[in-house]
Design a protein. Structure first.
Length: 255
């Protein structure tokens, strides 16, 4: 959980901006803890990054709330109305117009086009909307932390989707997350596939950043989306791995 200062720093805004978003109802304000401080989770980080992206693109704060929850058609129509208004100020607002045009596709908000193409590919291999939405939010966190590196990672990510095990993994995850009840057998299969892939990446010398905050936020994001994520992480630990975000075995296993 983050303090308001760390939340603002991660999302690239000021603490004053966060408080203003609370005041006008754009960002839900958490309850204070016993010490009188507010604490924020990964969902708040994603929401704040999306708000910042829309605001930077020139969308009036009064319209951001409706855009955040809009369906694709409503979102596209709203973006078009904003673009019509900006077109009369082309010289001064050319940068804003380009950003607004990118917002016409929901997945492109706060993400580079390479990641948007990857999310599209996930849909093509059978990943559910819920899984793709979770991936999108995870990539928003990573793009905010590593804006230059994210594009370099994408060729390898596309290559992974050529592996039938990875395709199977996304399809099972989609089935698990869309189900109303826990299917223990499917969770075990997910864990087995993940461990096999993690082991191969580890043996190949794949280096993963040791940024604890980002790994924690990614794990928290999964937990906030579906409590079964914690169960899956426990299955990975039982097999000797910390989690899917840290591609190295637990110390006792590595030794």
């Amino acid at each position: 959980m983050l303090t308001i200062g760390r939340l603002a720093s991660y999302a690239g805004v000021t603490v004053r901006a966060v408080r203003h978003y609370h005041q006008i109802g754009l960002l839900p304000e958490p309850e204070r803890d016993s010490s009188g401080y507010r604490s924020y989770g990964a969902t708040a980080v994603v929401s704040l990054i999306r708000i910042r992206t829309l605001a930077d693109a020139g969308v009036p704060l009064s319209q951001i709330s409706s855009l955040l929850d809009a369906d694709e058609a409503t979102f596209a129509a709203a973006v078009q109305r904003i673009d019509d208004r900006l077109s009369s100020e082309i010289t001064r607002l050319e940068t804003s117009r380009k950003q607004i045009a990118q917002l016409a596709a929901g997945d492109s908000m706060a993400l580079p086009p390479e990641v948007v193409a990857y999310l599209r590919r996930l849909r093509e291999i059978g990943a559910s909307d819920r899984i793709v939405d979770g991936e999108r939010d995870g990539w928003i966190l990573m793009a905010a932390r590593w804006p230059d590196e994210v594009r370099k990672w994408m060729p390898a990510k596309f290559a992974e989707l050529e592996d039938p095990r990875m395709v199977r993994l996304y399809r099972i995850l989609s089935e698990v997350h869309d189900a109303a009840t826990v299917d223990e057998a499917l969770l075990e299969e997910v864990a087995d596939i993940m461990v096999a892939l993690l082991q191969e990446a580890y043996e190949a010398g794949v280096v993963v950043s040791e940024d604890d905050l980002s790994h924690h936020l990614l794990d928290s994001l999964a937990d906030e989306a579906d409590p079964r994520a914690a169960t899956l992480r426990a299955l990975l630990r039982k097999r000797g791995w910390a989690s899917w975000t840290r591609q190295h075995p637990l110390p006792d296993r590595a030794s």
